[in-house]
Each structure stands twice: as structure tokens, then as C-alpha cells.
Design a protein around this ligand. Structure first.
Ligand code: AKG
Ligand code: FE2
Length: 348
């Protein structure tokens, strides 16, 4: 499949002139991802007629448009999963990776999550660059995926419901996808991933919308999100009567979700049950990613700046993997409310 890597925002941004990478400093810019646009159903059918999509892919595209996720049963084979997890456990044993306890209670037998294990255990790249997985993201985004983050877990995260766009925002908006890989059969009591079909069609909600200023984020970090953002998401779930779905996966099943799908980790009803999984986050070439942008992604910033303005990037020092403080602030502001389509309360 041919997909373009060119910078594609409709409006250029001079990164060097922005006071910070927050959405209120950005122009509103499309294009919205093709499956979020009003003519997507016709476009899907045209692609089938031209042989660019198989009927099965077209069905998944319609499903994505409607629900904000797709599920790919048994996408990753057992052998690969076992080999990758063994390599991960070995890195833990040898001390290459140290897992924090993140105990849910005293009798919680499992360690906490680990960010970016693929940087320590190369085997994870077999999944992060899995050809079929990348193919599906190309289908959904019409763009070349750019893997940038992984998270492993032995147990349910119990993470509050959220849209990934609050933590990882792309410019233009909507070009983030997440793939969640089940490394074992998922028991209903282990705290499965919970998601709200159709919630991706609601307006994006950013920090400013919920009253989190740059200073507050610097001072309070995630406390501010627990206190101000997560209750607003719960309110949206109630207002729009969104129904929770639980991902009772079989080993090797992979859901991919939309940048704005509301999801989280449901409560662990039985703490003795594990939930071995890997989350992979992608954006696409030609877009830029704010928040948790690491120095390696400066190349993208540089491309965007150079293409549009000829200005050098606002951060330096390639090869340094520290979080870049200048890029930590989330986008916020009017992008969400101007998003192309929304849903009616109770209309799902
Ligand atoms: O694994 C989970 O429970 C949630 C993970 C998640 O929300 C994410 O990585 O974006
Ligand atoms: Fe998430």
C-alpha cells in the first residue's frame, strides 16, 4: 500500500515562535483522519471498487468509523508472544529492567507497569513493527505509522478512563493510534481493558477545557488529571450514556483504538489474576506529536519546521532520551470543540 510521509497539516506552524506546545497556540488545522470525515462511507466503497481495500478491511473501516476501535483476533502468534515475554522476564531477572511494585493492596502479587520496554528488550520490536499490525494502521490512517511508545503490564492498570489525546496529542489532531496486545487469555476478573464504543466521536477534551494550567501541571503532574480531568470524562460517560465494553481477549488478540476513544483499566476484582499485555502507541509520519515527545522525535519537529518555515527545531541534542521539558505541556484549547462531527446525548 502506498502511503505518503509528507507533512500534511493544512496550516503550517512555526514551532520556534510558539510560547509553548499547547493547543491554544496552534492554528486549527485539518485534515481530519479520512475515517473521521463525513464522506468516509462512500470513500471506503470507492476503495473497495478500486481494489485498494478488501471487503474484510472495508468492514473494519466502517466499524472503526462507528465505534472508534477494531479488534484483530489472533493477530500475533503464540510463539512470538512467548519468546518476547521470556526476553522481558529475563531483562527483569538480570536487572536490566526494574519494575516498581505499584501495589493495589498488600496481597498484590504483581509488579507495576514499565514504560518503553522496547528500548531495553529488542524483542518487543517484533510486535511494534509487526507487518500486519502496521498494515492495519496504514489502512485506518492512510499514513505511514510511526511507533513511538510501549508499555508492559503484568496486571490490570485500573487507570481512570481517558482519551489518549490528553496525554499524547498530535498535530493535526487525530493521528494517534494504540494497539493493545494480550499476552495471555484475559480473565473477566483481572481488570480488563474497558472502552466506550463511539466515544471517539465526542469533542476532544484538553487540559485547558478542564482548567489545568501549565503551571498547575508542572506543580501537580498527574494529581491534576485525577482531580480535574477524570471526573469530566466520567461526566461525559454519564451525559452521553456511554456503555462500557470489556476486552475479554484471547492470547494474541489485538484491539486498535482511535486517538479519542475513551478507555481505561477496569477494577481488578481478583488481585491474584494477572493481565499480561503490551500497549503500543503510534502516530504517523508527517504529523507531529506533542507531550511526551522525546528527543528522538525532534527529527519530526525539525521536518515540520523546516518544511513550513525553514526554522531550526526548538530542542537540540539528538540521542538524549530525557523528556524534554519544553514539550511536556499538553495541547489544549479549541481543537476539540471544532472537531468535525460529534454525537448527540443518548444517541449511541
Ligand atoms: O492497559 C490499560 O489498562 C490501559 C492502557 C492505556 O490506557 C494506554 O496505554 O493508553
Ligand atoms: Fe490510554
Amino acid at each position: 500500500m502506498h502511503v505518503s510521509s509528507e507533512i500534511f497539516a493544512e496550516k503550517s506552524v512555526n514551532f520556534a515562535e510558539l510560547p509553548s506546545l499547547r493547543a491554544e497556540n496552534f492554528p486549527y488545522s485539518g485534515p481530519h483522519p479520512w475515517l473521521d470525515q463525513p464522506d468516509a462511507p462512500e470513500k471506503i466503497e470507492r476503495k473497495v471498487q478500486r481494489g485498494e481495500l478488501t471487503p474484510a478491511e472495508a468492514e473494519q473501516c466502517h466499524y472503526w468509523r462507528e465505534n472508534g476501535y477494531i479488534i484483530l483476533p489472533k493477530l500475533i502468534d503464540e510463539h512470538t508472544l512467548d519468546e518476547v515475554w521470556r526476553a522481558y522476564e529475563k531483562a527483569v531477572e538480570t536487572g536490566a529492567i526494574t519494575l516498581k511494585p505499584e501495589l493495589a493492596s498488600e496481597n498484590d502479587p504483581y509488579p507495576g507497569r514499565f514504560l518503553d520496554p522496547h528500548q531495553k528488550v529488542e524483542a518487543f520490536c517484533k510486535i511494534l513493527r509487526h507487518e500486519q499490525l502496521l498494515h492495519w494502521i496504514r489502512v485506518l490512517m492512510e499514513r505511514e505509522p510511526e511507533p513511538f511508545q510501549t508499555i508492559t503490564c503484568h496486571k490490570g492498570s485500573q487507570q481512570g478512563a481517558h482519551s489518549d489525546s490528553i496525554h499524547m496529542t498530535t498535530y493535526p489532531l487525530g493521528y494517534l493510534t494504540a494497539a493493545w496486545v494480550a499476552f495471555e487469555d484475559i480473565h473477566p476478573d483481572c481488570g480488563p481493558l474497558v472502552y466506550y464504543p463511539g466515544s471517539h466521536r465526542l469533542p476532544y477534551l484538553f487540559s485547558k477545557d478542564v482548567g489545568i494550567s501549565e503551571d498547575e501541571f508542572k506543580a501537580r503532574k498527574y494529581e491534576a488529571y485525577h482531580e480535574k480531568y477524570e471526573p469530566r470524562i466520567q461526566q461525559m460517560i454519564a451525559d452521553y450514556r456511554l456503555a462500557p465494553h470489556y476486552f475479554h481477549a484471547k492470547k494474541g488478540d489485538v484491539p486498535i483504538w482511535h486517538a479519542n476513544l475513551i478507555h481505561g483499566g477496569s477494577p481488578r476484582r481478583d488481585l491474584q489474576l494477572s493481565r499480561k499485555a503490551l500497549v503500543c502507541h503510534f502516530f504517523v509520519k508527517g504529523s507531529c506529536l506533542s507531550r511526551f515527545v522525546r528527543v528522538r522525535n525532534k527529527a519530526i519537529l525539525r521536518d515540520v519546521s523546516a518544511a513550513h518555515t525553514g526554522i531550526t527545531p526548538c530542542v537540540e541534542d539528538p540521542g538524549d532520551w530525557r523528556y524534554d521539558r519544553a514539550l511536556l505541556a499538553p495541547f489544549q484549547g479549541p481543537l476539540g470543540s471544532r472537531y468535525s462531527h460529534s454525537i448527540v446525548p443518548g444517541g449511541l
